[in-house]
Write a protein that binds this ligand. Structure first.
Ligand code: ADP
Length: 462
């Protein structure tokens, strides 16, 4: 497999070569179509003016004059009807002019050798140092017919420029190759680093280092990758903590059950004590059963939101029913429970939302003070309902508030130690509210009380 580095270099070089070929073809076409006729016309004019000048100055020393003209950058061939011929300026590489051409010019016609030079590239056409590649004009001088063939001496005109352009081209090509090699390395390096980081991540090592200072797409990708690695690390920590919590929460009632059944095996245990032990075993079984129920619910909530079966129902009726069910617990603790629950219908999953109210109400009872109070209110606000559960209980401090929706989190204060719970209730509440596109907020003051406020969309059905 070719590496990205090699591919990038091959593609860039390919683009450079292709664009040079295209640029060459385009400039060649431009030369053939536009520059060549222009050039021919320009040189024809020069040749004609040289010829006219000589015709008008019969006392002129022809050779001296043409020598003079050739020295400013022309190659000249002069012949006449007497068969005399002379060359001025740099020598032609090929003296391939046909006698018939010479005859035609001597006969008074102009020869356009530059325009009719065989179609090749502009390099061969423009630079071809051939006698054929000239302009031929006739003139009369001292009773003789002359033919003057002329072309610019490209070598003389372009000598320095020629080298300059050559070097320029060479340096441009070399520098582009070097720059492509380095810039590709610069581009590909972070990708290789990302690959290494991905490998270490898949091996469970979340400690990856990437350059996130780059202000481009690769920098952004590295940043997102690091962000993802941190999230995965957190998820891994949560998973480990979750497993250890479950193990602990299952293990402790199981060892209690084991211990008490062992005690029951002892025949000397009194009936009274036997009853006490059986009741403890029952409590532990209930705890285990609650825990597994909550875990199963959380697992199914996590797996998909298909579990949410929404339908319209009267939310105030539902909460009132719940209050009736807990009435005895409320009175037992001497709590004053009041509510304001106007009839409102919403669309949601009645069973899941019942779990939400159930958790909030049992917490408000569990974490309340004796003779405290609970206020439940429901109100409609635009397209949502606002439900709040306010208690005068033990309250929570700032750091506890930040964690109460975490799985298995229980505020570990001396005040809650004796209260039974799993630490899963509020995380279930949070997940259900999110599945209903709602919001949940907590306000709490230690030893004063806590208020949970939930906002849920009504989703009125037409
Ligand atoms: P638990 O089964 O322990 O009640 P929850 O997830 O329902 O688990 O609650 C998590 C923790 O949040 C509780 O252990 C408790 O410390 C705190 N908490 C929940 N509701 C209240 C409340 N109304 N007042 C004070 N503390 C609360």
């Amino acid at each position: 497999m070719k590496t990205l580095y090699v591919k990038f270099i091959v593609i860039t070089m390919g683009i450079m070569i292709l664009s040079s070929i295209f640029a060459f073809i385009i400039s060649n076409t431009y030369y053939q179509q536009i520059l060549k006729p222009d050039n021919d016309e320009k040189i024809t004019k020069i040749a004609e003016s040289v010829a006219t000048y000589m015709e008008e100055h019969p006392t002129l020393d022809l050779k001296e004059h043409l020598n003079h003209i050739s020295s400013v950058g022309y190659q000249i061939y002069l012949t006449n009807d007497a068969g005399e011929e002379d060359f001025f300026g740099a020598e032609f590489r090929e003296k391939n002019l046909s006698p018939s051409t010479i005859e035609t010019v001597l006969g008074g016609n102009t020869y356009h050798g530059i325009l009719h030079f065989p179609q090749g590239t502009f390099v061969t056409g423009f630079f071809a140092n051939e006698l054929k590649n000239t302009i031929g004009v006739p003139f009369r001088y001292n009773e003789k017919n002359y033919a003057l063939f002329l072309r610019p001496d490209i070598k003389l005109l372009f000598n320095e420029m020629h080298f300059l352009f050559g070097w320029l081209l060479l340096f441009t090509i070399l520098l582009s190759i070097i720059m492509v090699l380095f810039s590709t390395k610069y581009l590909v390096k972070p990708i290789s680093k990302l690959t290494t980081a991905t490998k270490s991540l898949s091996n469970g090592d979340f400690n990856v280092e990437l350059d996130i200072t780059r202000q481009d797409e690769l920098g952004e990708l590295s940043y997102s990758f690091l962000h993802m690695a941190r999230k995965l690390e957190q998820a891994d920590d949560v998973r480990k903590e979750f497993i250890s919590n479950i193990s602990h929460d299952i293990q402790s009632p199981l060892s209690n059950i084991k211990g008490y059944t062992k005690l029951l095996e002892n025949e000397s245990v009194s009936v009274e004590e036997r009853g006490k032990y059986i009741s403890i075993i029952h409590d532990e079984i209930r705890r285990l059963s609650n825990l597994t129920k909550q875990l199963l619910l959380l697992a199914s909530l996590d797996r998909s939101d298909d579990i949410v079966k929404k339908k319209p129902f009267n939310v105030s009726e539902q909460i009132k029913e719940l209050v009736r069910n807990y009435q005895w617990q409320v009175s037992e603790k001497g709590i004053m429970l009041s509510y304001s629950l106007p009839d409102i219908e919403i669309t949601g999953d009645p069973s899941l939302l019942n779990t939400v109210w159930d958790n909030l109400l049992t917490n408000a009872i569990k974490y309340n003070k004796t003779d405290g109070s609970i206020e439940i209110s429901l109100e409609e606000k635009e397209d949502s309902i606002i439900v709040s559960f306010k208690d005068t209980g033990i309250g929570l401090n700032r750091s506890e508030i930040d964690r109460i929706f975490d799985r298995f989190y229980r505020a570990d204060s001396s005040r809650t130690r004796t209260i039974e719970g799993t630490g899963l209730g509020l995380s279930i509440v949070w997940t259900i509210i999110k599945l209903h596109d709602g919001q949940i907020q907590v306000e709490s003051i230690e030893n004063v009380g806590t208020t949970f406020t939930i906002e849920l969309p009504i989703y009125k059905q037409n």
